[in-house]
Design a protein around this ligand. Structure first.
Ligand code: S3P
Length: 171
């Protein structure tokens, strides 16, 4: 069992921003799986996808998740594709609180439009990619999460308040 709080959800749902605010509010260590992968590889995500493929990235991501969960209580932001791996879903089942930050495909698209750091979206029609990923992954987000929060209907302050409430109830 891990005493941590993990945020899951698609690219552009605001996982990193909300995790930062939560870690501050709850006075917990902040861990970001993407950042751990980058630090460990000594290379950015586009480079890892380019050289090692998505498969190589996923292996690094699982390793980072294992390391993050082995640490004392923390707020952990994950990458949008973390839930695609069975091993990761099994690890998340052992976590105290998993929160799904839900966002419409349209807002995912708006929030990721200018970003060059997400290899899966460097396509001619990124909105269609987001739509497909959402259809594929939504059941997994639902499956691993204890609660889900709609980021289109709540502002960041409200999202943090809701999560803090759940965290206190689970403590
Ligand atoms: C990915 C999401 C990204 C990052 C990588 C792959 C995905 O993280 O892990 O580009 O498969 O959805 P964010 O959700 O933080 O953008």
């Amino acid at each position: 069992m891990s005493e941590s709080l993990v945020l899951v959800g698609p690219m552009g749902a605001g996982k990193s921003t909300i995790a930062k605010a939560l870690a501050q509010k709850l006075q917990l260590q902040l861990l970001d799986i993407d950042q751990m992968v980058v630090d460990n590889a000594g290379a950015d995500i586009p480079w890892i996808f380019d050289v090692e493929g998505e498969h190589g990235f996923r292996k690094r991501e699982t390793f980072a998740l294992q390391s993050a969960l082995a640490q004392p209580k923390a707020v952990i932001a994950s990458g949008g594709g973390l839930v695609t791996q069975l091993e990761n879903r099994q690890l998340l089942a052992q976590v105290k609180l998993v929160v799904y930050l839900k966002a419409s495909v349209q807002s995912q698209f708006q929030r990721t439009a200018k970003d060059k750091n997400r290899p899966l979206l460097q396509q001619s029609d990124p909105q269609a990619v987001l739509q497909k990923l959402f259809a594929d992954r939504e059941p997994w987000y639902q499956q691993v999460a204890d609660i889900s929060i709609d980021t289109d209907k709540n502002n960041p302050k409200e999202i943090v308040q809701k999560i803090v409430k759940q965290w206190k109830a689970a403590s």
